[in-house]
Design a protein around this ligand. Structure first.
Ligand code: CO
Length: 166
């Protein structure tokens, strides 16, 4: 395994659409292992491959629950709850910046594991936020694109206590 540099700031690669993974091979496993080591080194709770310069549809998430590290290859969000959560969100690619971002309270994602086996994952709260933030990265969308000023407009009476930083 090896640490990789996390791309920060206005690097145009963060705006690019990542490509579908077609080979579930050693190279993909190396990328995922490196992403895990890199994310853990900065205590992140999520990381998209594009953030280490690989335009592949691969993300990892660890919200410190019973799932541990979750690897999602070619993830597609298939369901978003109507109920919304509002919380502070940041991004490892934009250190120190946080904004209030509304996200669905619950999200379901279909993806493949590193061996190409399909699975479905439903997350609530922080996990739902992580699924949305990381899959957005694959489309070149960044958290501050979705930031809001007034949470009450979105039916959010309160802001979640945690701060999400991928
Ligand atoms: Co991010």
């Amino acid at each position: 395994m090896a640490l990789r540099n996390i791309i920060t700031g206005d690097d145009p690669i963060l705006r690019k659409t990542s490509r579908e993974v077609t080979k579930f091979d050693d190279r993909l496993h190396q990328l995922l292992d490196d992403m895990k080591e890199t994310m853990d080194s900065v205590n992140g709770v999520g990381l998209a491959a594009v953030q280490v310069g690989a335009l592949r549809r691969a993300i990892i998430i660890n919200v410190d629950d019973e799932n541990g590290h979750i690897e999602l290859i070619n993830p597609v969000v298939t369901e978003r709850s109507e109920e919304i959560q509002c919380g502070q969100e940041g991004c490892l690619s934009f250190p120190g910046e946080t904004r209030i971002v509304p996200r669905p309270m619950q999200a379901t994602v279909e993806a493949f594991d590193r061996y190409g086996e399909p699975f479905t994952l439903t997350g609530e709260g922080l996990l739902a936020r992580a699924i949305c933030h990381e899959t957005d990265h694959l489309e070149g969308q960044l958290f501050y694109d979705l930031a809001i000023e007034d949470p009450e407009e979105y039916g959010c009476d309160e802001i979640d206590e945690y701060v999400y930083v991928d």
